[in-house]
Design a protein around this ligand. Structure first.
Ligand code: C5P
Length: 229
């Protein structure tokens, strides 16, 4: 299997487009992220097909948040699919309920701390407590890990700080918001290269547009992998 540190985000509209893209990527990529945007376009069916027919690993990015009973039921249902990673919001009651729902399956629960699209003004609007955003991210990461999360989603700027937390020992750090040198930034603002993210302690990097918008996606994926330490 190819290097699974690279997770390619299949942010395309439907399962058929996603499947065609994975066919172009072939054995260069072994791990895919499927998100909410494809849920109504056959995302779960595609996840199943990629896993069962092509032996790929699957990260289902659902960012679940609800009361404990609903989280547990939702995760129990999703755990019937053969998935590898699932995201929930990092509130301790959500993480703990998700771990209950996973019971006995290999599915790993990753906690979202604070969405990187939110700044201090957004947090004020959402009545989130005062303080520096990065400090709050670290505090939420710590609480999520102590509640049993198998890992956290973290921007490249945060991964070194989270990696240094004692409670992060043996846990996963999965990092979106990376850009190969010279790539278009799109709407990502605080970016680092894939190599720097891995050097900072991330276990996996999630890359979307620099791969699926490339003229030759396979070549783009291979050059990202070749750049990793
Ligand atoms: O195209 P791009 O490489 O920016 O895609 C990154 C992927 O990671 C997208 O699926 C995006 O939704 C996701 N993501 C992110 N930043 C976060 C959380 C998730 O870019 N903080």
């Amino acid at each position: 299997m190819s290097d699974d540190r690279l997770i390619v985000a299949l942010d395309v509209a439907d399962a058929l487009t996603g499947l065609k893209l994975t066919e172009r990527l072939g054995d260069a990529v072994s791990f895919y992220k499927i998100g909410l945007g494809m849920l109504t376009g056959g995302g779960l069916a595609l996840a199943n097909e990629l896993k069962q027919e092509h032996g790929k690993r699957i990260f289902l990015d659902m960012k679940l948040f609800d009361i404990s009973a609903t989280i547990e039921a939702a995760v129990r249902g999703l755990a019937q699919f053969d998935l590898d990673f699932l995201t929930v919001h990092g509130d301790p009651h959500v993480v703990a309920a998700a771990k209950e729902g996973v019971a006995g399956k290999d599915l790993q629960i990753l906690a979202v701390t604070i969405l990187t699209s939110l700044d201090r003004d957004d947090l004020d609007d959402g009545l989130m407590k005062q303080g520096d955003v990065q400090d709050l991210v670290l505090e939420r990461a710590s609480k999520a890990l102590l509640a049993g999360a198998d890992g956290v989603i973290a921007s490249p700027q945060e991964s070194a700080l989270i990696r240094a937390l004692p409670e992060a020992a043996g846990k996963l750090i999965v990092t979106p918001g990376v850009r190969p040198l010279g790539a278009e930034l799109g709407d990502q603002k605080r970016v680092m290269t894939p190599a720097d993210a891995i050097a900072n302690g991330s276990d996996h990097i999630v890359v979307g547009r620099p791969v699926w918008q490339a003229a030759d996606p396979r070549d783009a994926a291979q050059s990202i992998l070749a750049s990793l330490p």
